[in-house]
Design a protein around this ligand. Structure first.
Ligand SMILES: Cc1cc2nc3c(=O)[nH]c(=O)nc-3n(C[C@H](O)[C@H](O)[C@H](O)COP(=O)(O)O)c2cc1C
Length: 156
């Protein structure tokens, strides 16, 4: 597996879609926080999902997820998928993107790169373990992030 990208810009500026579920029942949302690296001698992707997201349920209920990156021309679709919940929109059919099946889950035909990930780990980011200014500014509503680490099993 080989991947070349400016990882800081890739999440922060280009954004990504995080997708979990099966081809018959999945959800997707835009993310701009995340990382790529190594743990337990495995190549991994790490993502952060607030408890309120519908995608959170799909992350908990499925063993695989994808992190996919898109060209600039798809930015509008990513804006919509990052502002409307799958609870209020049929994201499976109305995302404006074309779902395609991968090993264990789903990505979209328009993606430049997809990381297919097998879920390894989940951990809540507790306020007492973060700087107080971050806790106050990011989590005043207590909608905490869970960190999910997935083994990157395939790069498409
Ligand atoms: C640029 C951008 C980046 C985002 N990054 C994250 C993120 O890293 N984690 C997160 O929980 N929500 C993030 N969001 C918010 C979710 O994408 C948004 O709440 C989405 O509507 C959730 O959809 P769902 O309820 O269908 O899962 C981001 C939104 C945008 C526009």
């Amino acid at each position: 597996m080989e991947l070349t990208m400016d990882i800081f810009k890739q999440f922060d500026k280009k954004w990504a879609l995080l997708t979990a579920g099966t081809e018959n029942d999945f959800n997707t949302m835009t993310i701009s926080w995340g990382g790529l690296g190594t743990i337990w001698n495995k190549p991994v992707a790490t993502v952060y999902v607030r408890g309120s997201r519908l995608t959170h349920e799909y992350m908990d209920n499925n063993d695989y997820f994808t992190v996919s990156f898109y060209p600039e021309e798809n930015k509008n679709e990513l804006k919509v998928l990052g502002s409307v919940s799958g609870r209020d929109m049929d994201k499976m059919n109305a995302s404006g993107l074309t779902p395609v099946k991968t090993a264990g889950t789903v990505t979209f035909e328009e993606a430049e790169v997809t990381l297919v990930c097998r879920k390894l780990f989940r951990q809540r980011l507790l306020k007492e373990n973060m700087p107080s200014d971050v806790a106050d500014s990011m989590y005043a509503d207590n909608d905490l992030h869970d960190m999910y680490i997935g083994e990157v099993v395939e790069i498409l």
